[in-house]
Write a protein that binds this ligand. Structure first.
Ligand code: HEC
Ligand code: HEC
Ligand code: HEC
Ligand code: HEC
Length: 132
């Protein structure tokens, strides 16, 4: 009896997890925590996606390329493309012509300048935790 109810509880918690994942996916919010890396994958970065989504708009990070070749807002309902699909060697703005440069500018830029009075971490291991 006890075993059965425990199994039921386990099954139920699985279902709840699936329901939540499903809801998050339907909203197109992406994973809660992302491991970001370039093709070289020398220094993967841990990124608390959901925590950032909770305090700021998607547009702080996601955008598209406008007709003028500059940044333009991501249209509502459109899934964001990978940063390095644009931020690669073909980009004319050499300040952000790789995933690493675009990420450092975006992430460290805001962490240094601060957002709504809060700063983010800027030391290398804060984003690139040492490999275990
Ligand atoms: C606020 C977060 C953050 C901080 C702080 C940060 N980085 Fe990064 N870094 C990233 C992200 C995001 C990327 C792109 C994804 C990746 O390759 O890890 C990146 C990419 C890189 C890459 C390219 C890795 C590869 O696989 O090719 C190197 C090298 C790097 N960072 C070095 C550093 C060093 C050195 C410091 C400290 C001076 C530092 N980073 C601080 C977020 C950060
Ligand atoms: C602080 C920056 C930031 C904010 C804010 C942000 N994102 Fe992201 N998001 C990223 C980065 C970085 C990636 C990884 C892109 C890559 O791999 O090239 C990403 C990836 C994604 C993905 C790809 C799915 C996945 O799990 O790999 C989706 C979908 C997404 N974001 C949706 C959103 C939505 C919707 C919002 C607003 C509710 C949002 N993001 C807010 C930075 C952000
Ligand atoms: C569809 C193409 C595209 C994608 C995908 C894209 N970007 Fe950009 N991004 C651009 C363009 C175009 C510019 C403007 C470059 C210029 O100044 O000429 C830009 C500019 C930037 C800048 C410089 C902003 C400034 O004000 O100087 C940063 C930082 C940046 N992007 C980070 C990111 C990050 C991080 C991601 C992924 C979450 C991303 N971008 C995804 C096209 C893209
Ligand atoms: C527009 C501002 C902004 C951008 C862009 C941004 N961050 Fe942050 N980040 C913050 C703030 C503010 C905090 C501190 C949150 C707090 O203390 O509650 C933070 C905290 C963090 C932390 C500490 C853990 C946590 O979630 O509190 C990590 C790791 C981090 N950011 C990684 C990144 C990476 C990687 C990127 C780029 C892909 C990025 N951030 C882009 C504002 C930003």
């Amino acid at each position: 009896m006890l075993k059965k109810s425990m199994l039921f509880a386990a099954a139920l918690s699985c279902m709840v997890t699936f329901a939540f994942t499903g809801a998050a996916m339907a909203a197109g919010a992406g994973a809660e925590v992302l491991t970001l890396q370039t093709a070289e994958a020398k220094k993967p970065a841990v990124f608390t996606h959901k925590k950032h989504q909770d305090i700021m708009k998607c547009a702080e990070c996601h955008h598209i390329k406008g007709a003028d070749g500059k940044q333009a807002p991501l249209p509502e309902g459109q899934a964001p493309a990978k940063c390095d699909s644009c931020h690669n060697a073909t980009m004319t703005n050499k300040k952000v012509d790789s995933f690493m440069k675009a990420a450092h500018e975006n992430c460290k830029g805001c962490h240094t300048a601060g957002y709504q009075g809060k700063n983010g971490p800027t030391k290398c291991p804060d984003c690139h935790p040492a490999k275990k």
